[in-house]
Every structure is written in C-alpha cells, then in structure tokens.
Design a protein around this ligand. Structure first.
Ligand SMILES: Cc1ncc(COP(=O)(O)O)c(C=O)c1O
Length: 373
C-alpha cells in the first residue's frame, strides 16, 4: 500500500519534551480553571502574537460563540459563505441571522465593495474570515463599520501569527478569534482564543467562558463552559517553543509549490499577500477550464496516488440545509464564492512533509495522466 499524504498532519513535538509538563500537572493536581499552564500560555501567546490580551478557550467554535455574546450582538450579521461551517454556526447558536456577502476572488475574503448593499436596519456586526490566513481588507471593513456603527469580529482561525503592515492582524476589529485545532499551524489538540483589546473586555470574556461567574458566589451572565484545560495549555507552551521551525518549514514548502506549479496551464494560486508576514497554513490551487481535468477529477486522481488534498471550501456554507433558504444564500448573490468553491483544491502542507513528497504532488498535478499526460 502506498504511503498516504494527507492535506495536513498535526505537528507533535518529541514526546519526551512533553513529559516534564505532565509531571508538573500531576504534582500540582490543578487540571483546569485557569491553572498555571493556562495563565502562562495566555501571557506567552500574547507576547508571541504581539497583542495586548487574549483569553484561551477549549476550542475556536466556543470562542466565536462567546465573542458574539461578549459584544451582545443580535439581529443580522454580515459574513462570508466561503469558510468552515463553524463561522456561520456561531451566529445561529446566538439566534443571529447570517447575511452572506460574496468574496473577492483575488483573496477569497469577504469583498468589502459588496458589504454596504447588504446592510439593513437590523445589521449589528460584520464577521469576516482571514481565509487561509490571508488578511482581509481590514481598513475598508473598519471604515464601513465606523460609518454604520457596526462591530467587527474577525474569525481569525487561520491567522495565527500573521502580521499585516507591521503589526498583528489580530489587532483589527473589536475582537479576533483563533482556533488551535489539531489541523492548525499552532495546535493544542483542540483549543482557541479571543484576542481582546483591553483588560475589561478580557475580564468579561473570562467570566463568560466560566459559566458567567464574576467571583466565587456571583453569576452575572448565562456563561458557558469554554475553559481550556491544563493539558491543552501545557501542550501549547511546548508547541510555542517549536513554532518558529514549524512556520519556517511551511514557508519552504510554499515556495517549492509556487516554483513547481508556476507554469501549468489551467492551474493558478493566490499570490502571497503584500505587506504581510504569512503563516503558510494552506496551499490552495484553482483549477481552471484550460486544465485537462476537472477539479474533482484531479482530486480523485491524486487520491488514487495516495495524496489526500481537500476542497476547502466546498460546498459553500450557504449551501448547507440550515442556510440555503436565506435570501442572501441565493446563487446569484454569491457568484465569485461559487466559482472559487467549484475550482479550489488545497494541497498537502505540513512541517514533516519532505521535499520529495512536495515534488511528487507537484508532478502529479503537472502530469495528471502519468509520464505521457
Ligand atoms: C475558519 C474557521 N472558523 C472556525 C473554526 C472552528 O474552530 P475549532 O475547530 O477550533 O472549533 C475553524 C476550524 O476548525 C475554521 O477553519
């Protein structure tokens, strides 16, 4: 049987490096509820990411749901159909109506030129996604939000460590939400965080992730259990020690794909964004009509050869049953998102992927029918 190459493989530091962290937890018997590893990870991550404050969470989805609660968002929220389904689910969990707006095909992010037309008297916020870790047009989005008095919450699940114009992209908007899921550049098995601009907001969010407790005997809000436990936090501390190497290796793989796929008729990929320090979390390619196979046929062909690429993001969120009845989910409203979803394929990229394996994947894309193809 062939060795399988998946679209990603979680980064795991050497096991023996994790054992001392576990010993500390066993000694302290402090397993969760803001233990020492949790507190240390909050501080170290804020420093690494270049943000003022952040609140750790059990996963990114609970963090998104809580971010919307923290800002008391209601009514309608403008968002993108081109994302992982958790983005829109976080709205439904808060009883909010998603309003889908099309993407800019050049970046795969929400198209700011189309936002204003979707604003109604019920609109309270914008929930954009930095898709593949590529920054949204944060300046234009903020201008629109200011003009209409809207809040902005960024789904920054893909944007760990990304800097734009000299500062963390996570500083934009009212709040940014990270995911540390196993598949992400930085993982704590499951995990997430809300980046907060000030101490007061962080305190409110810390309360909301802990059932709404303000102190030992006072509950001030119907909070949830969103706490990150000590094992997750300890693993995060260890991951952070390796993050530079992880991102450096991803950068090399990204460069190798860019070089090897640069002159294949019908294959394009988004350029590296300007003024940005990237994290190279995904390597999406777009399969155009000049390519000899359809996107799905190429995907099948790669699978036959043991390469499990993924169609991120297909189908669009707006096509799932709980969304497709919304007026904004109509196909004519989202032509660019649909076109991109039908053409995209994310190729394997992860630190332990070898140069020969990248060569092999690029070669299969270049010659889908074999040596004579
Ligand atoms: C864009 C986006 N938003 C939200 C999430 C949800 O994060 P989590 O899996 O940590 O709940 C993910 C991925 O998992 C994602 O890719």
């Amino acid at each position: 049987m062939k060795n399988i190459i998946n679209v990603t493989q979680p980064y795991l530091p050497p096991l023996e490096e994790f054992v001392p962290y576990l010993e500390r937890i066993w000694e302290s018997k402090w397993l969760t509820n803001g233990g020492p590893c949790h507190q240390e990870l909050e501080e170290k991550l804020a420093e690494y990411l270049g943000v003022e404050h952040l609140a750790l969470f059990a996963n990114g989805t609970i963090a998104l749901v809580t971010a919307l609660q923290a800002l008391q968002i209601t009514g309608e929220v403008i968002t993108t159909p081109y994302s992982f389904v958790a983005t829109a689910h976080s709205l439904l969990w808060n009883g909010i109506k998603p309003v889908f707006v099309d993407i800019d095909p050049a970046t795969c992010n929400l198209d700011p030129e189309k936002i204003e037309a979707a604003i109604t008297p019920h609109t309270t916020a914008i929930l954009p996604v930095h898709v593949y870790g590529n920054p949204c047009d944060v300046e234009k989005i903020q201008k629109i939000a200011d003009r209409y008095g809207l809040r902005v919450i960024y789904d920054a699940a893909h944007a760990f460590g990304v800097h734009y114009k000299g500062e963390s992209v996570l500083k934009h908007g009212d709040l940014s939400v990270l995911s540390f899921h196993a598949t992400k550049v930085f993982n704590t098995f499951e995990g997430g965080a809300i980046v907060c601009p000030d101490e007061t907001t962080k305190k409110r969010i810390d309360g909301l992730k802990n059932f709404g407790f303000a102190d030992e005997i006072t509950v001030v809000a119907p909070g949830i259990n969103g706490k990150m436990n000590e094992i997750q936090a300890a693993f995060g501390l260890l991951q952070l020690k390796h993050i530079k190497n992880v991102i450096d290796r991803r950068r090399e793989i990204d460069a190798q794909y860019r070089e090897q796929l640069s002159s294949i008729s019908g294959i394009t990929y988004p350029p590296l964004p300007a003024n940005t320090i990237c994290n190279y979390s995904y390597f999406p390619i777009l399969i155009g009509p000049e390519y000899p196979l359809s996107r799905d046929a190429l995907n099948d062909r790669l699978r036959q050869q043991g390469v499990y690429a993924r169609r991120y993001f297909y189908p669009l969120i707006s096509e799932f049953p709980m969304y497709r009845g919304l007026p904004s989910a109509a196909a004519f409203n989202l032509p660019q998102a649909r076109k991109t979803a039908d053409r995209v394929l994310c190729l394997p990229i992860y630190p332990s992927l070898l140069n020969e394996q990248v060569d092999n994947v690029a070669h299969l894309v270049a010659r889908p029918h074999g040596a004579n193809g």
